[in-house]
Write a protein that binds this ligand. Structure first.
Ligand SMILES: [Zn+2]
Length: 170
C-alpha cells in the first residue's frame, strides 16, 4: 500500500461544443460510451486542469441575500439560488482550509475510481460558503481540524472530472 492515494482511471476524452466540454465516458465496455456535457459549468473543470479552483458568486445588488457581494460557491452554481441572477466566476487563489469532517472509505462502490482505503474529506475554505467535498491524497491518520491545501491533476494527468482536485495535508 503506497503512502499516497492513486486513481484507477484513464483520462476521459473531451469534445468542445459551443465552448462547453462534452466528456466521453467509455465506462460500459462493449455496451458503448456515455457522453456527458458540463454545459455552463465547463470553466470549473477547465480551471482544475490548469491548477485553478474556480467558484461563482452573486453580484446582483438587488439580491435579498448577497446584496451584490455574495460568498463563493464551490462547486459553482450558474444561477443564484436567492435571486436567480447569473453568478460570476472568480478564482480562489492558493486554496487552503481545514478538515470539517471525514470518512475513511475502505470498500468502494461499483465504478469508484479512487484506490481504497482513502479519506473522503469535507473541507472548509475561508470565503467559500459551501463545504467542499473531495478526497485526501495522504493515508496517514487524520483529525478534524487538520489543515489541508488543494492539489490538481493538470495537463496529461488530468482526468477532466471532479477527481482533478484533491486535498493534501499541510
Ligand atoms: Zn443573488
Amino acid at each position: 500500500m503506497s503512502e499516497k492515494v492513486k486513481l484507477n482511471t484513464t483520462p476521459s476524452k473531451i469534445d468542445v461544443k459551443n465552448e462547453a466540454w462534452v466528456l466521453h465516458f467509455p465506462r460500459f465496455g462493449a455496451e458503448g460510451t456515455h457522453f456527458h456535457t458540463y454545459g455552463q459549468l465547463t470553466p470549473y473543470f477547465q480551471g482544475l486542469t490548469q491548477g485553478k479552483l474556480m467558484g461563482t458568486h452573486c453580484v446582483n445588488p438587488a439580491c435579498p441575500i448577497s446584496k451584490g457581494n455574495g460568498e463563493l460557491w464551490v462547486p459553482p452554481r450558474i444561477d443564484c439560488p436567492d435571486c436567480h441572477a447569473k453568478m460570476v466566476w472568480k478564482e480562489i487563489k492558493n486554496p487552503q482550509g481545514y478538515i470539517y469532517t471525514y470518512t475513511l472509505v475502505e470498500r468502494g462502490g461499483t465504478g469508484l475510481e479512487i484506490e481504497t482505503p482513502y479519506y473522503q474529506v469535507d473541507v472548509f475554505v475561508q470565503g467559500v460558503c459551501t463545504i467542499i467535498k473531495g478526497y485526501l491524497i495522504n493515508r496517514t491518520p487524520i483529525r478534524i481540524g487538520d489543515k489541508v491545501k488543494a492539489g490538481f491533476l493538470t495537463g496529461d494527468q488530468a482526468t477532466h472530472t471532479c477527481l482533478d482536485i484533491y486535498w493534501e495535508l499541510i
